[in-house]
Design a protein around this ligand. Sequence first.
Ligand SMILES: Cc1cc2nc3c(=O)[nH]c(=O)nc-3n(C[C@H](O)[C@H](O)[C@H](O)COP(=O)(O)O)c2cc1C
Length: 330
Amino acid sequence: MNDKFPFIKGIGKDDVPVILAPMAGVTDLPFRSICRDMGCDFTFTEMVSAKGLFYGGSGTKKLLCTAENERPCGIQLFGSDPHIMSDMAKQITDEYKGEISLIDINMGCPAPKIVNNGEGSALMKDIPLASKIIEAVSKATPLPVSVKFRKGFNEKTVNAVEFARMAEESGASMVTVHGRTREQMYAGTADWDIIADVKANVKIPVVGNGDIFSGSDAVKMLEQTGCDGIMAARGAQGNPFIFAEIRACLSGKEAKKPTDGERIDMAIYHARKLCEYKGERSAVEMRKHAAWYIHGIHGAARIRTEINRCETYAEMTSLLKLYKESLTTQ
Ligand SMILES: Cc1cc2nc3c(=O)[nH]c(=O)nc-3n(C[C@H](O)[C@H](O)[C@H](O)COP(=O)(O)O)c2cc1C
């Protein structure tokens, strides 16, 4: 067992876990399952509204379904009411026994509709309330609780270190720091120095997040911040191969990049998994993934236009197969 990450099954005693970030609308069950197959050590559900669960939304509940090969995994809750958050944490713990090993609290989401509700990264501006939420959730569940947040709300109010200390004192067993402010959303570069500052100031494990797009980025982040785990988000979009690449680089081996054909094959496989899980109409959801998979391949711009017209799994896969063939016959 890994003492720092007892909730991650199957990693070695001294391994640095490589984690898939939660991404609403992207990291659904089929994609998470693929990432696990590609060497990702731990996954989280997309963010789940505690209020949505409380009021019994079936769409919200479906977000808590997990794939067999990712269990036990983390679920991510967001909300600003300590009572609802703790009630839902307790309910999930009881209902999903054996399937989940960690409850993460989202305190970093920058989306206006979340922030305007006082949720996500808005909580970085209200440390006492954030603390109450973490304390309430930690008391409500025997599972470890982690918190994912940003560098700060904006450049004038950078408070990740203070926030991390508060999270630790309030009962969190791990923190994940995304080195951007809320104001930056996803633009600019992530500040890894703030991750190093957090690491130097808390005893609980710190997962570094922001701008991991290759295996060498992961090695650099580890060296620069001393963080305990690595989390990739956009770098995994259309590129679940990144987990094998990171794992290879962390072990000092040369990373093998997938060929164009392998990327298209993975897109076809992903489309099939998505169709099996969500039905034929999931081709519409697959469009963005397919566009990510083929990004940078010769002729991708033209194919992207056609991808965006695909309505069914059959259309999507035949288009991708033809595209792959056209590359080999050139
Ligand atoms: C489309 C999208 C959806 C996201 N959804 C979530 C979410 O549900 N929960 C969360 O904590 N972060 C979410 N994030 C933020 C990522 O987890 C991550 O913190 C951020 O993208 C920075 O990492 P990166 O530079 O590797 O992309 C989302 C990001 C993107 C691009």
